[in-house]
Design a protein around this ligand. Structure first.
Ligand SMILES: *[C@@H]1O[C@H](CO)[C@@H](O)[C@H](O)[C@H]1NC(C)=O
Length: 178
């Protein structure tokens, strides 16, 4: 089969020769915070919007999860929802806890603070086939704000700050790994 040009379409479809093109290998990222209702669903929504706007969504698997069980089954915090609405970013998620399979299947697990990082590192040590690179999302911030603080006990301005950090970091992350 001969094909001209740079065809961007499900390169990993079975039996598809284009799958050999390295630049089109699909990538995956899981955003993680304590409860999966404030920070991580915002990061997930922001990153999905970026990837969709750049027509890269076929190349990405994107999700978010919690280190804890506190909020399993719950939708994102209403303050985060209104923040996303204000910025025109669709957000649709139900909180879940990170699984062993996540460590084996995601390329990147990006979390928000040192406590998340400790929990994830501990969990990953219990998984034989950990594939994920576990990092702070803030390590991609061009403004070097390493920690994305939990806005749960804060107000609207705290959610806006989380959004701004996620927007900067996700843009820089995508730029680096796309
Ligand atoms: C949010 O809380 C901070 C400090 O607790 C305060 O300075 C700020 O004015 C509050 N913002 C809003 C919009 O209420």
């Amino acid at each position: 089969m001969r094909r001209a040009g740079n065809v961007r379409r499900a390169p990993w479809a079975p039996g598809c020769a284009r799958g050999k093109m390295a630049e089109q290998v699909p990538k995956s990222v899981l955003f993680v915070c304590l409860g999966n209702i404030c920070r991580s669903p915002i990061a997930e929504a922001v990153f999905r919007k970026l990837v969709t706007d750049q027509k890269l969504s076929d190349n990405w698997r994107i999700d978010s999860a919690a280190t804890s069980t506190y909020e399993i089954g719950n939708p994102p915090d209403y303050r985060g929802q209104s923040c996303m609405k204000k910025h025109g970013i669709p957000m649709n998620h139900i909180a879940r806890q990170v699984t062993k399979e996540d460590f084996a299947t995601f390329d990147y697990i990006l979390c928000m603070d040192e406590s998340n990082l400790r929990d994830l590192t501990r969990k990953s040590n219990q998984v034989k086939n950990c594939r994920a690179k576990i990092e702070l999302l803030g390590s991609y911030d061009p403004q070097n704000q390493l920690i994305i603080e939990d806005p749960y006990y804060g107000n609207e301005s705290d959610f806006e700050a989380v959004y701004q950090q996620c927007a900067r970091c996700c843009r820089a992350f995508l730029e680096k790994v796309r």
